[in-house]
Structures are given as C-alpha cells and as structure tokens.
Design a protein around this ligand. Structure first.
Ligand code: NAD
Length: 424
C-alpha cells in the first residue's frame, strides 16, 4: 500500500485541478492504491536561476523550472513556457497532462514541461536569446534526445528552439537536432510542425461536426488566443469552410458575425505583434467572446478560463480545448450535467502538436526527412485512432469524454510502471 503524499512543492489551483482529474480517473478504473501516487506525482523537478546580461549592462536573474513527470514510457516530452505568471505548480500540472496525452495517442514518450517566469514581450531579441541559451545551458545535465525532449509552448517559438538546440549542440560538439522539437526546417524541423497543433484541432472539430451531422459551412467558431495554436487552428478551420466569428489575444477581442478575415488578422499580428487596434470586427471583451453564440468555442490561450461562473452561460455546441487545462474541474461538472455541449478534451484535442513533434524527433534520429503530405497523413491517422479509442471507452463505461481520454492515458502509464517495477 503506498502512502499518500500531500505535495506542498507543487501546491496551486492548477496542480490541484490536475490531481482531482487524476483521482477521478483513477477511481473510475479502480487503479490499485499501490500504483496511484507514483503514477500521479512528478518523477523529478529542476529549479534553475538564470542570470542574464541586459542590453543596458545590468544583470537580471530569472527563475526557471523543468518538471519531468514520467519517464517510464519513453523520454520525457513537453514544451517550455515563457510567461510572467509561470509557477512550479502550473509547470507540474502541464507536465502531468503531457504524460496522459502522449500515452493516450500511443507515443513512446513520457511527459514533461518547462517554464521561465518572464514576460518575453519585455525582452529585446538579444535578451531573449541569452535567456533561452542560459535556460538550456542549465538543463544540459538533465536532458537529452533519449531523456527529455523540450518543444515550444506559450511565449516560445521556433527561434527559441533554434537557440536551445545550438546551445546543446555546441556543448556536445556536434549537431544534435533531436534535443528539441518545433525547430526551424533549416536545422531539422519537420514539415507541418508549425501548424500541427492547430491543424489537428481543426481536423478533430470537423470529425465531431460530422458526428453531430452539422455541415462545416453552417458552423461558426470563436477562438480565444491567437498565438501558434489559435491562429493555426483559425487558418485550418477557415480552409475547411467554417466561419470564424471571433478571435482574441491578451490585448483585445473582436467579433464579426459575417466572419473575420483570417489572412488579414494574421498579417496584422505579423506586423503589430498583437491584435490590439485590429479593424476586422467589433471590439468585445475576452469574457464576452467565451459566451458568444457559436457552434464551436476554441479556448487556445491559457488554463482555467471556463469556470463555474461562465460554464452555465456558454452558448456553443462544441468546446475544442486547444489550450491545456482551459476548463476548471467544477466547470467540467457543470458542462457534463448540461448535456448540450460536446467537449473535446485537451489531451486529445491539442495532441497534434506532440504527435508531429514525435515525427520531427523520428526524422532527426534517422536523418531521413518526410514530406508535408506524409506528415499530415500520418498525423490524421493517429488522431482518428485516438478519437475512436476515446469514443469506444466513453460508450463502454458511460464516461464523459474527458474521463474516457484520461483513463486511457493514465492506465497505460500505470501498466508500464507495473511492468517495469518500482524504479522508473
Ligand atoms: P502562444 O504564446 O503562441 O500564444 C498564446 C496566445 O494566447 C497569444 O495570442 C496570447 O496573446 C493569448 N493570450 C494570453 N493570455 C490571454 C488571455 N488572458 N486572454 C486571451 N488571450 C490570451 O502559445 P501557444 O503555443 O499558441 O499555446 C497556447 C495554448 O496551447 C497553451 O495552453 C499551450 O500549452 C497549448 N498547446 C500548445 C502547443 C504548441 O504546439 N504550441 C501544443 C499543445 C498545446
């Protein structure tokens, strides 16, 4: 019998939320007590101090983390977040969700996440480079292409991945493209990786619309967050013929019942960096966006935006969780009870990102590169399989879709731990 550890290290709203999800899933599949805690809690955590020389000659020390939640099923895998509100608890929760996600979709990976407490918009390009390199430098003893493979997340991108890959490679003495994924194509990135998360979300949305017999041309979409995930989901949904009626970022939200011109919004963000002052729609608040009448609501920004306060007021038919953890545990229960909303849970919905990261890593290890068509065909095949397995589990046990997805992911990690013994 394992003893329950009450984790003070990670304690936070978001970590408690991830733990409650785990406990519910573990109860639902009668996970033995002896395996629960070691499946649930992170394996190991690194906290690093990152002194950076600023452009004015002064020095600032930033704080960063890397949480390796699970290394039992393969190298740990998960993004690195640069955001001013990063906490260790948030990174741990995100690492936990990565474990269930990689297992659910059948990738030979564990789960991890990293974060640095910094607002990257307040850094010059040179400062951002120094911070990215320093973070990687501090992690070198703890990661590797067969140990832990980072990727981009909120506030980081291809450029950051390139600096990190270069720092690691210089340390080793030769190029090691498989140390991170989400790199530029010129240094071993994969065709289709940049758009993978958004393309996967859009693909799954069309599949669920088909299940509901809603024609794509009649479907409207509201998207919160217009970064990598939100904007690429918008592009793909637009391509499928859905009408995007609202978009937002942390600076502004816009509503246009005739449909937002996505190309124009992308061009605007490319030149202005943010959506503020975009003239393609009526300005609304982010809170109003979430409550718009639409077919699909896609939260693609941060955690815990669908709450017990707004869950009863949502007017969508589908929630597509592009972000990780956008729905609180209590809001989840409200949505389940309403029975009029189909929720595509984060671990399934946004898994396209890590699936194509896996393809990128495979290509790096083999030094054999694939076409965009090959990447997308393989991506959609894995998403189809994962969706089918979630729907089967949901029907068989009369679970919610989130519970179905989490139980599948958690069971595989627990099975691997039982098979391997106590150490992994
Ligand atoms: P990003 O930094 O590229 O974009 C984040 C977007 O959210 C930006 O437009 C930002 O302005 C917006 N935002 C931030 N705070 C907001 C707020 N309070 N209200 C409205 N908008 C806000 O990050 P990303 O890579 O697109 O990640 C977004 C989400 O998707 C995160 O939850 C991340 O963990 C998840 N995710 C990312 C990937 C990936 O491949 N990048 C894969 C799976 C899941």
């Amino acid at each position: 019998m394992s003893k329950v550890i009450v984790s003070s290290l990670y304690d936070s709203d978001v970590f408690r939320m991830a733990c409650r999800q785990f406990d519910k899933a573990a109860d639902a599949i009668n996970l033995p007590e002896s395996i629960r805690d070691r499946t649930k809690y992170p394996r190991r955590t690194f906290a690093v101090a990152l002194p950076i020389r600023r452009d004015d000659g002064s020095i600032t020390v930033f704080e960063g983390y890397r949480v390796q939640h699970n290394l039992t099923t393969g190298p740990a895998k998960g993004g690195i977040r640069f955001h001013q509100h990063v906490t260790l608890g948030e990174v741990a929760a995100l690492a936990m969700w990565m474990s269930w996600k990689t297992s659910l979709v059948g990738l030979p990976y564990g789960g991890a996440k990293g974060g640095v407490i910094v607002d990257p918009n307040q850094l010059s390009l040179g400062e951002l480079e120094r911070l990215s390199r320093r973070y990687m430098q501090e992690l070198i003893p703890f990661i590797g292409p067969h140990v832990d493979v980072p990727a981009p997340d909120v506030g980081t991108n291809e450029k950051v991945m390139a600096w990190m890959m270069d720092t690691y490679s210089n340390h080793v003495g030769h190029i090691v493209p498989g140390i991170v994924t989400g790199k530029p194509i010129s240094i071993g990135g994969s065709q289709g990786r940049r758009e993978a998360t958004g393309a996967g979300i859009a693909y799954l949305i069309t599949k669920y619309l088909a299940d509901l017999k809603i024609p794509v041309r009649k479907a409207t979409v509201a998207i919160q967050g217009f970064g990598n995930v939100g904007s690429e989901a918008a592009v793909a949904l637009d391509h499928y013929g859905l009408k995007i009626i609202a978009i937002s970022d942390h600076t502004a939200a816009f509503y246009n019942p005739k449909g937002i011109n996505i190309k124009k919004a992308l061009a605007f963000v490319r030149s202005q960096r943010v959506l503020k002052d975009f003239d393609g729609g009526e300005e609304i608040t982010n809170a109003e966006l979430l409550e718009l009448k639409c077919t699909v609501l896609a939260p693609c920004a941060l955690e815990r935006v669908i709450t017990p306060e707004n869950a009863p007021k949502l007017k969508c038919r589908i929630i597509a969780e592009g972000a990780n953890g956008p729905t609180t545990f209590q809001a989840d229960r409200i949505i389940e009870e309403r029975e009029d909303i189909e929720l595509i849970p984060d671990v399934l919905c946004n898994s396209g990102g890590v699936i194509v990261s896996y393809f990128e890593w495979c290509q790096n290890l083999q030094n054999f590169y694939w076409t965009r068509e090959e990447v997308l065909t393989k991506l959609f095949a894995i998403l189809d399989r994962a969706k089918d397995s979630v729907e089967f589990q949901k029907r068989k046990f009369k679970f919610s879709r989130r519970l179905a997805a989490l139980t599948l992911g958690i069971q595989r990690v627990a099975d691997a731990k039982i098979a391997r013994g106590l150490f992994p």
